[in-house]
Ligand binder design. Structure first.
Ligand SMILES: Nc1ncnc2c1ncn2[C@@H]1O[C@H](COP(=O)(O)OP(=O)(O)OP(=O)(O)O)[C@@H](O)[C@H]1O
Ligand SMILES: [Mg+2]
Length: 105
């Protein structure tokens, strides 16, 4: 369903994964749910973006695993950003969410 939406909206997807698998102590179903939610948000945010692009990056820095979902959609307004515990590290219109997964579960 989500794959269909991504294809339908002609979104270019750029996945980035480290050469070595990243092991995390987490519930895989919940992790999948997080990724799905962020991806759906991104798809919605790119509704009127002429060349929608979605970057999904998995990384590891010492003992922290990261999952970054980035889109070139409308961006997130400061009030929503302030109300959220999510940290954004890039200026608009590109938004990036970085999670230390150990903080999520
Ligand atoms: N990638 C994004 N770009 C722009 N705005 C975003 C993005 N992700 C979230 N938002 C904004 O933050 C709001 C809250 O997002 P959140 O995922 O918590 O709820 P929702 O998507 O509205 O509803 P739900 O996820 O429960 O279906 C969204 O309604 C949207 O306005
Ligand atoms: Mg959402």
């Amino acid at each position: 369903m989500l794959k269909f939406q991504i294809r339908e909206a002609a979104i270019r997807v750029h996945p980035t994964f480290p050469a070595e698998p990243v092991n995390v102590l987490a519930d895989s179903a919940q992790l999948k749910q997080v990724l799905m939610n962020l991806t759906i948000n991104a798809v919605h945010a790119m509704n009127s973006t002429p060349e929608p692009e979605l970057c999904i990056a998995v990384g590891q820095h010492e003992n922290t695993a990261t999952l970054a979902v980035k889109d070139n959609g409308v961006g997130i307004s400061p009030d929503i950003m302030a109300a959220s515990s999510i940290h954004s590290s890039l200026p608009k219109p590109r938004q990036e969410f970085r999670f230390g997964l150990e903080h999520l579960f």
